[in-house]
Design a protein around this ligand. Sequence first.
Ligand SMILES: Nc1ncnc2c1ncn2[C@@H]1O[C@H](COP(=O)(O)OP(=O)(O)OP(=O)(O)O)[C@@H](O)[C@H]1O
Ligand SMILES: [Mg+2]
Length: 256
Amino acid sequence: MLQVHNVSKYIEYGLVRKRKKAIVNNTSFSIQAGETFGLIGESGSGKTTLSRMAIGLLRPDEGAVEFAGYDLYSASRGDSKLLRQKMQMIFQHPDTACNPRKTLLQSIMEPFVLHPTLRKGDDHEQIEEVMNMVGLQPELLRRYPYQVSGGQIQRIVLARALLMNPEFIVLDEPTSMLDVSVQAQILRLLKHIQKQRKMTYLFISHDLDVVNWMSDRVAVMKDGEIVETGTSNKIMKHPTHPYTQKLVQAFLYTDR
Ligand SMILES: Nc1ncnc2c1ncn2[C@@H]1O[C@H](COP(=O)(O)OP(=O)(O)OP(=O)(O)O)[C@@H](O)[C@H]1O
Ligand SMILES: [Mg+2]
């Protein structure tokens, strides 16, 4: 379904003498329809940058991305718009996901403004349906973002993404800001929705336990490159790359 071919992204650094550095370096991976592909790695290893390139939000300096047979960065305007609707991303910081000056209802209506073709009959019926799916009362949408909890915001952001009828969702550390019990609820909800809607996920986290529980296959990222890919079981039981071995060791010897 998704193929990422040898993508790289460079940044310029140095104030006087400008130099180029790769933050994602010649990286490839692919995701099958219906699968959850986990991405794990330390902070700054390039997980968010790589997934933004994979979903059409950030043009790679080198390489290409193919989704459902389309080349994402050379598709026509019409095709790109359709593709953007099919691929959604839930961002790392739930608190910045909704405009603080708008009610949550205004925020959740945004997809209808951006993609008028999504309007199939009654808006409110559609909104009620996705709110039910994420387990929230639709009345909550009368409030402003500061009047709901972090877990509720994350559910609303998810509801807004579902309204677009996506086939593929990138979940960038969707629960890292939440406490453990709410985290578990949201992860279960994500799995449930995936089954119900036959969705494909790219799931990012730096928590090995969480990534393993969610994912069919896991890729380990370090310094802008994927150093190892395998089933969750293989990564935990037979890690081959020294960095993965360190990661698993650290995980096994942490008190929990
Ligand atoms: N637009 C940018 N300009 C300059 N540097 C950037 C830019 N975007 C990302 N970086 C740098 O690239 C590196 C990778 O960033 P990225 O956000 O992809 O990491 P990450 O793996 O998602 O980290 P985290 O787990 O903390 O979210 C970091 O060192 C970051 O500072
Ligand atoms: Mg990130």
